[in-house]
Write a protein of this length. Structure first.
Length: 392
């Protein structure tokens, strides 16, 4: 006799409770500490990588460090506010229209991405920036956060009687609106968003195959778009295939020189040669190559280990989350950080074509560090709610 829905839910809850056994609840101070260790290390490396460029351009070796310090301060405030914010308010319906905050945020970011297409500034062939008065930011970073919330919400509200294919279509069809807008502006961010959404779905889904089919289809069309596209994307493929002979392959070539010259222990903090005018903007997307040159494979390994520990702590928060929605939020944040770090390191080592994705919490940039710290703040808030639920 087929089990009733109530019995299936009860078995599922028992499995969740069993997986939580032995996992300590309460505010995750370890996650907070690891986050600030990575951010602090990033500021140190930004100063090391940017001091020469800042001195030449602005006659101030601390120019980029001071700007990043302001970004980190704003990010810390955003993290604190996100920690205190009750994540359940994202899905609480507003009366009398019964509209949820997460739905309003979804259409808000769609509007932001549309605004980027109309007035966004172009940088290296991609429109990423939106300027409102004196403030400029990348709406794609906001979109990443909102779509984590949106996909987590829809995965928890789609009726259980629906097939996985039908669930997948109900998620990815509306997701295609902001995804296509982001891809038009910044394909690399669109890839990160797609991987993040896929990660949330594959964790929550009972049947995985429809999502793997979607992943394969998405990867196939993305490959066609990149390899057979025109303009700067085709140029990036040519640079990736043969950076030494391409006139614009300087960044990749000098990044590889930096990695090779660092050896095992590196040349020493502040002793990078490639940052002295050879590597364009070494404090941005290519900062990992400066880390390798100055701190060697040991330093690079420590950076990778810090990201693994960060993702591990987020995983533990997801395991003890008080409900499915909050657990999927944690899963989305985990996939976002992991995929972005992997893509950045793969680009720096010329494993994949250049994408313009920053190294999370380390590369110079305001939008990225602010909204990623806000994401981690949501995770920290969920860990605090867990402790309250368990009476700790």
């Amino acid at each position: 006799m087929q089990a009733t829905r109530a019995e299936r839910l009860e078995r599922r809850e028992r499995r969740i409770q069993k997986s939580r056994e032995g996992v300590e609840g309460g505010f995750d101070y370890s996650l907070l500490l690891i986050t600030f260790c990575i951010v602090g290390f990033g500021m140190l490396m930004i100063y090391s990588a940017s001091s020469y460029s800042a001195q030449v351009k602005y006659d101030d070796s601390t120019f980029f460090l001071r700007r990043q310090a302001i970004n980190v301060l704003i990010g810390a405030v955003a993290m604190l506010l996100a920690t205190k914010f009750n994540y359940k308010l994202f899905i609480k319906p507003f009366t009398p229209l019964r509209i949820r905050l997460v739905q309003l945020l979804f259409w808000f970011v769609v509007g932001l991405q549309g605004a980027v297409l109309m007035q966004g500034g172009s940088l290296n062939g991609a429109n990423r920036w939106l300027k409102i008065g004196p403030v400029s930011f990348q709406p794609s970073e906001i979109t990443k956060v909102v779509l984590i919330l949106s996909v987590a919400y829809y995965m928890t509200t789609i009726p259980a009687r629906f097939s996985e294919t039908k669930k997948m279509l109900r998620i990815f069809v509306p997701l295609m609106i902001p995804l296509l807008l982001v891809a038009k502006e910044d394909l690399s961010s669109a890839i990160v968003i797609f991987i993040t959404a896929f990660g949330i779905c594959i964790v929550a889904a009972k049947k995985k195959m429809p999502y793997f089919v979607m992943l394969g289809a998405g990867g196939f069309f993305a490959t066609l778009y990149v390899f057979f596209g025109k303009g700067f994307r085709a140029e990036r493929i040519a640079i990736w295939q043969n950076p030494e002979s391409h006139p614009k392959g300087t960044q990749i070539v000098h990044g590889l020189y930096a990695i090779a010259s660092g050896g095992v222990f590196g040349a020493g903090l502040g002793e990078s040669m490639q940052k002295l005018g050879f590597l364009p903007e070494p404090y941005n997307d290519m900062i990992f190559s400066v880390i390798c040159e100055e701190l060697g494979l040991v330093g690079a390994g420590i950076v990778i280990l810090m990201f693994i520990l960060l993702c591990w702590r987020i995983y533990l928060v997801a395991m003890r989350a008080p409900d499915l929605f909050s657990a999927l939020i944690c899963v989305g944040v985990l996939f976002h950080i992991a995929s972005q770090a992997l893509i950045n390191i793969a680009v720096v080592t010329n494993t994949i074509p250049s994408t313009g994705i920053p190294l999370p919490l380390i590369s110079y940039g305001g939008s990225s560090v602010i909204f990623m710290m806000a994401e981690i703040g949501i995770v920290l808030g969920i860990s605090a709610k867990t402790g309250q639920r368990e009476g700790r």
